[in-house]
Design a protein around this ligand. Sequence first.
Ligand code: IPM
Ligand code: MG
Length: 360
Amino acid sequence: MSEKRYRIVLLPGDGIGPEVVRAGRRLIEAVARTCGHEVEFEERLIGGAAIDARGEPLPGETVEAARRADAVLLGAVGGPKWDGLGGDRRPEAGLLGIRKALGAYANLRPVRAWAPLLTASTLRPEAVEGVDLLIVRELTGGLYFGKKRRERENGHTRVVDEMVYTTPEIERIVRLGFEAARKAGKSLTSVDKANVLESSRHWREVVERVAAEYPDVPYTHMLVDNCAMQLVRDPRRFGVIVTENMFGDILSDEAAVLTGSIGMLPSASLGEGPGLYEPVHGSAPDIAGRGAANPLGTMLSVALMYQFSLDEPAVSSAIVDAVDRVLGEGFRTADLARPGDRVCGTEEMTGAVLERLRLT
Ligand code: IPM
Ligand code: MG
């Protein structure tokens, strides 16, 4: 029995966020029981839930708790209820704010085609079989965090969203991309729009410079529009993709199609502070509160948490194996189901994974 003690901050947020975070919590509790870890959970408000209770999407106490944590697990934020609010008062401002506050500049989004789910994709099974790629998305710069302005000009409205990157911001994410590619023994594709954007041209220069430190890692540059096409045309060509914030946001939703459902995609956001773990999917207000959400994106995010923040790689692989087994046995939440499949809910799927978890 180890003597490890972990402090985990839970940020359920909105919509299906609380349901999937509950699944993540059950998983962490099950691991703690078997491995003899002590876990202390602290639950805090973020997003629309925080706006309703405190009048702001990211209360200071949420940031403070997250900064003290060993790791943070987040559900999802947003929903139609808060759609009318201005930019920095929206639920999404809570998510962007916590990423920034934790200095979480590297968003890792692994995408794999699970063998039992090949027919869940709208793409042909033979097109997606064997896909196993990693999107490394820059998370605290670019259009998301540049100056935003709305002004009047000649009787019209003029709007500005600035795309800003500095050399060190590009360098650290590109280096992380090369490291990830080297570790996985894969190639690196750096995605930009260097035929149009100055920020992308500088991105390319930085990639060229950093690449010299990784002579063993094959790499290419790819324009983002071409990458969007190649991702569905020939997805197996990709190993690690490194790209700026907005391109990574868009490409990762597209890549979700390879895995069958965005409900399957986990993410880890790493940087200066504690790691932040969240499923890639949104708050899915249409199914919220029905117990129908797919908890696997969150459970796989917990697997990433054990890998990157809690230094328990064996626990991480045990979770991935349990998910694989559950899928192999035919468990399907609604987002994964094909006509004729028996559909299970969030709790049943969570329980099935826990029962198949083999920790030694
Ligand atoms: C994501 C989401 C967020 C983003 C939204 C909710 C602000 O789409 O995590 O991909 O754009 O980063
Ligand atoms: Mg997104």
